[in-house]
Design a protein around this ligand. Structure first.
Ligand SMILES: [Fe+2]
Ligand SMILES: [Fe+2]
Length: 153
């Protein structure tokens, strides 16, 4: 089945660990699309839950990295994450009530999440890259475990 989303160079922020996480989010989106096309409701629920958990963990990691790098735009960036996390929780809630939400989730992810990576995530990349080595970033990720960020491994 064809992927609806392809990883493209404009999504890369040049920080390996974070690009890997963004790639995994793109994978989740493609898996959600597959589950929707096969009309497998159970699979949609599973992928939706995995996607939400992974994305929220990713947000937590990014915020920890921005904080460690003393990025001035952290508060504003966090508000964007929180808004989107609320939307994901709302989709999960509506799915649990039996609503068909996969199409809407995919639309929202396509619009919001990809724009977020291309714009907001690109705003912190230089500051984070200059302030933190790949080893320091890996340590920040390790320190977040065994909380929800363990899902990012
Ligand atoms: Fe991100
Ligand atoms: Fe972000």
């Amino acid at each position: 089945m064809a992927d609806i989303l392809k990883w493209t160079a404009d999504l890369s922020i040049g920080i390996e660990l974070i690009d890997d996480q963004h790639r995994r989010i793109v994978d989740h989106i493609n898996r959600l699309n597959e589950a929707r096309e096969t009309l497998d409701k159970k699979a949609v629920g599973g992928v939706l839950a995995g996607l939400s958990e992974y994305t929220v963990s990713h947000f937590g990691f990014e915020e920890a990295a921005m904080k460690a790098a003393r990025f001035a735009g952290l508060a504003q960036h966090r508000r964007g994450h929180e808004r989107f996390a609320r939307q994901l929780a709302e989709f999960g809630h509506r799915y649990a009530l039996g609503e068909e939400v996969a199409g809407e989730v995919l639309d929202t992810l396509n619009k919001w999440l990809l724009n977020h990576i291309k714009r907001e995530d690109h705003e912190y990349m230089d500051v984070v890259k200059a302030a933190l080595s790949p080893q320091q970033l890996a340590q920040i990720l390790a320190d977040l475990a065994p909380g929800p960020a363990a899902a990012l491994g």
